[in-house]
Design a protein around this ligand. Structure first.
Ligand SMILES: Nc1nc2c(ncn2[C@@H]2O[C@H](COP(=O)(O)OP(=O)(O)OP(=O)(O)O)[C@@H](O)[C@H]2O)c(=O)[nH]1
Ligand SMILES: [Mg+2]
Length: 214
């Protein structure tokens, strides 16, 4: 008997405090669920909240064939026009976001488990905290292994004071994708690149060594 899995791929959305992880997940799945807490005081002049648990969303990756990039949609949009996706290969993707505050590492250690790829979100408009973002990028790689597929997003490109993706790439020494989770651009393209990486370079899990009793 074949067991049907609820998800085909699991992606962990990582990044430092207020980078835009929760916004990104909710922009893709309107029914996403988050365990957040209102921030005390204003964040850059506005009310905001911070994740103290996790974000959980579901999206669909629909491709006409295995080799194509395809499109990202969600269950609601799919159910409205299922005929648009007729004969496509449809994969269900779980998006899990972690808390970005550094002291929530024990929570991240749980949320990150079993992820097959990382979407890493950077706030391009707050380069002062890039050191903390680099710390969390390294933490994610330590927790999931250095061969884990990663795509980095230089988020908040809609803001006038955002640094361009090239600048963020130079600081990190890694390629970044310009995007805005709030204004809905660049995110789906980055996700499709990540999914293609996951499909092409799946992480090989080491077998767990047998424990010999003394
Ligand atoms: N202008 C702009 N603001 C954004 C964007 N993405 C997120 N924000 C804002 O940035 C703030 C933080 O967004 P969140 O999505 O809560 O950030 P987070 O990474 O989940 O933060 P933590 O849960 O605290 O780690 C909110 O005020 C969002 O509205 C973006 O692309 N552009
Ligand atoms: Mg959050």
């Amino acid at each position: 008997m074949q067991i049907k899995k609820p998800y085909d791929y699991k992606i962990y959305v990582a990044g430092y405090f207020q980078a835009g992880k929760t916004t990104l997940i909710h922009s893709l799945d309107k029914k996403a669920f988050s365990i957040d807490k209102p921030l005390k005081g204003l964040y850059r002049g506005e009310e905001s909240s911070t994740t103290v648990g996790f974000d959980l969303g579901t999206i669909l990756w629909c491709r006409p064939n295995m080799g194509s990039s395809g499109v990202i949609t969600n269950l609601e949009d799919y159910n409205e026009n299922p005929e648009d996706y007729k004969d496509m290969i449809i994969n269900r993707i779980e998006l899990k976001g972690g808390p970005g505050q550094l002291h929530f590492k024990p929570v991240r250690e749980h949320v990150i488990k079993d992820s097959q790829g990382i979407l890493f979100v950077i706030d391009s408009s707050d380069i002062n905290v890039i050191g903390n973002a680099i710390t969390l990028l390294a933490e994610s790689r330590v927790l999931l292994g250095f061969d884990i597929p990663i795509i980095i997003i230089a988020n908040k490109q809609d803001l006038a004071d955002a640094n361009p993706p090239d600048m963020v790439s130079n600081i990190l020494g890694e390629t970044t994708y310009g995007a805005s989770a709030k204004e809905n651009f660049g995110v789906k393209e980055a996700l499709i690149s990540l999914l293609n990486k996951i499909v092409r370079e799946p992480v090989q899990k080491e077998p767990i060594p047998e424990i010999q009793e003394a």
